[in-house]
Design a protein around this ligand. Sequence first.
Ligand code: GLY
Length: 441
Amino acid sequence: MKILVVGNGAREHVIAETLKKSRHNPELVVYGNRLNPGMKDLSVDYMVGDIMDLDAIKAYAEKQKPDFALIGQDDPIANGTADVLEKIGIPSMAPKKSLARLESSKSFTRDLLKKYNIPGNPDFRIFRKDDLNVAEEIENYIVEDLEGEFVVKADGLCGGKGVKVVGDHLKDEKEGVAYAMDCLLDDGFVIVEEKFVGQEFSLMSFADGKSIVDMPVIQDHKRAYEGDKGPNTGGMGTYNYPGNLPFLTEEDLEDAHKITLEVMKALEIECGEYFKGIMYGGFIATKRGVKLIEYNARFGDPEAMNALPLLKTDFVDVCLAVIDGTLADLDVEFFNKATVCKYVVPEGYPDNPVKGEKVEIGDIPEGCLMYYAAVDKKDDGIYMSTSRAIALVGVADTIEEAEKIAQEGVEAISGKVFFRKDIGTKELIDLRIKMMEEIRG
Ligand code: GLY
């Protein structure tokens, strides 16, 4: 068996590692923007090229003739890589372009939930550039309907940077209107919606268009600095507990599951084809129950580094079941353990990162998993680019042990780097629990 992996980050590194563990003993071939040293070691062939170049990916796939492709990153998924590969007879563990609007168009997803009466949407409105008195309308909506608690979202893929929240990135309704007008100029429309207060969680599900299987529920940390301070990043680290997160109820998880199931069914009606791949719901538990922040149409990064090491079932069998539409017949199991993932990033990340700095990798503790992200391997060692560099993951029976392993792992990496010590610690998780207790009353 041969599998094509498209992408080159830590997420794709753990994907490749998990595929390689399969009883099918697959050969991996990789197409990515850069050479990931970990993926290089796991693959029989590696092509570096523009990940958005559909013709180049197609030509590489035609040459390699994989049994299927697993497309890891959001932009090649949104760009229609699965559609192009399907035309040459190669199925993908990733949705086609029309279905990938679940992630690539925030307005598509809000409208989908509304049209099919699926719970989880905030109060929201989509404003268009040629709406009458649009700036005034936006201000009225923010002040009167949303009572000043609002979020402004640009429509497309923007790594979370196109979302601005009052109290975090926007001071008041004036700044909100100004940002919304910027989005209108760029895209022709903008989404303004109610701000949720609560605890966010990531629930990723394997989906074959007919049924879904949830992965362990995970919490990400978007802010760069300890105590959830500083600018937003792609995600500084993640953790899960054996079973549920301690601030969520079983009902929260069931509600999130039901939303994803209903959304998958609505997608089939709306797009006329099955969603095959990963539906990753970014949810929030609020005092009014579980709400949907956004969907992604791929594994989360870092969430993949928590979920995939816990997958007990053969990953290739899961991919084949997703592709064949037989997921309901497969007993997909995960180890009931805790994981903590911490990212080592360049000093100054994300706004002003140092570039091209060397990192030394010391003694990684026994049992600590390590995945390469934005790094280059040269003759004399590993050099960082400007983004998240190396992910270290602890897996253990308890969160305390998993956190200790991940922390020792990040401390073994030296150079012009930083990481968040607080991810997965009791102190931070207790704050989450307290917040939810207060919210729920
Ligand atoms: N964990 C954030 C993301 O994958 O988009």
